[in-house]
Design a protein. Structure first.
Length: 146
């Protein structure tokens, strides 16, 4: 590791590969609501958040844990569970008055049939829209978005 007065240590979350601060800054500058999709080894979480200086404000959320309460007996981290979680999140978003959101999947890359990309496609069946194209950035932040 480099030492000396000119060496700057990166933020801890950047070193761990958990946060891309340049991408996060572009998302926050848009002023749009974000659909935050996070997947753990056992569950999936979809939250609709708005930026606030004191911390992000969660407007609506859905987790795959709620599927167990509804009688789901299978894995909560599978693609069908991701579909149902996205469907529940879309309903909650419409109830909260959110019609447009920018997708924020964190460090995961979007793949067509992945568990992280499935919820936002299924939230769209509920009626809210999101940018599409090469990148999932706000309307003003990326020329490839629509």
């Amino acid at each position: 590791m480099a030492i000396g007065p000119r060496y700057k240590v990166a933020f801890r979350r950047r070193r761990e590969g958990r946060t891309d601060y340049y991408f996060r800054l572009r998302l926050l500058r848009s002023g749009e609501a974000r659909a935050v999709i996070r997947r753990s080894s056992k569950n999936l979480t979809v939250q609709f958040a708005e930026f606030n200086m004191g911390g992000d404000k969660i407007l609506a959320s859905a987790t795959s844990k709620k599927l167990r309460e509804m009688g789901w007996e299978h894995s909560c981290s599978s693609i069908p569970a991701a579909y149902l979680t996205g469907y529940m999140a879309g309903k909650a978003a419409l109830k909260a008055g959110i019609e447009y959101a920018v997708v924020d999947m964190g460090p995961r890359s979007p793949r067509r049939a992945a568990c992280c990309s499935r919820p936002w496609q299924d939230c769209a069946t509920q009626g809210w829209t999101y940018p599409t194209g090469m990148c999932s950035l706000p309307r003003t932040g990326c020329s490839a978005s629509t």
